[in-house]
Design a protein around this ligand. Structure first.
Ligand code: GRF
Length: 193
């Protein structure tokens, strides 16, 4: 059986990418990681992909701060299509996804967010949960659509907030949960008939 082809988009550290790549290497996830694309030329995610021998491409985002310029996003789409990607996995991708990508991969873009959505969409969700004095937060894998952090929820994992938690300690524990949840969800997708 041919393996499900995945493309990853990320802007930063790439720890979720690494967890996914590791799950594939361990045999826990049967997928073909075809390409990693970043809007940040010096991002660690590109470095990690290259170390693993996975195609790693920087796409210049153009002049916008929160989204890719339309031509840049079209370039991302072309790269994903050229790599025959079936599922687009956002892993710390810090730009809002717009029409070129949404239209090219309808219902086939996933994201992971560091809160129990629909609570705390947006930036630094772990800090938002801490400041709201929640006792539990977590992470969510969801479909990506035109509403930021608003697409249909696929799976969530809870993380308790401890009395002496700082934003950093909480974020680290949420990330550890993400590293289990994302490969689990992907293996569900990749094993579908
Ligand atoms: C994760 O915490 C994820 O929830 C958010 O961005 C962060 C990416 O971290 N969307 P990394 O680049 O995978 O380490």
């Amino acid at each position: 059986m041919s393996k499900f082809k995945i493309g990853v988009l990320g802007s930063g550290r790439g720890s979720n990418f690494e967890a996914i790549a590791q799950a594939i290497a361990n045999g826990g996830l049967s997928a073909d990681l075809r390409i990693v694309i970043s809007d940040v030329e010096t991002s660690r995610i590109l470095e990690l992909a290259r170390k693993r021998g996975i195609r790693a491409e920087f796409v210049d985002p153009g002049g916008f701060r929160t989204k890719m310029a339309p031509l840049s996003e079209a370039r991302v789409v072309a790269l994903l299509q050229e790599a025959k990607v079936e599922l687009v996995v956002l892993a710390g991708y810090m730009r809002v996804v717009k029409e070129p990508l949404l239209e090219a991969f309808p219902g086939r873009i996933l994201n992971i967010h560091p809160s129990l959505l629909p609570k705390f969409p947006g930036l630094e969700a772990w800090r938002q949960a801490l400041e709201a004095r929640e006792s539990v937060t977590g992470c969510t894998v969801h479909y990506v659509d035109s509403i930021v952090d608003g697409g249909k929820i696929i799976a969530r994992k809870e993380v308790p907030i401890l009395p002496d938690d700082t934003a950093q300690s909480l974020h680290e524990r949420i990330q550890a949960a993400e590293h289990h949840l994302y490969p689990e969800v992907l293996s569900f997708f990749c094993n579908r008939p």
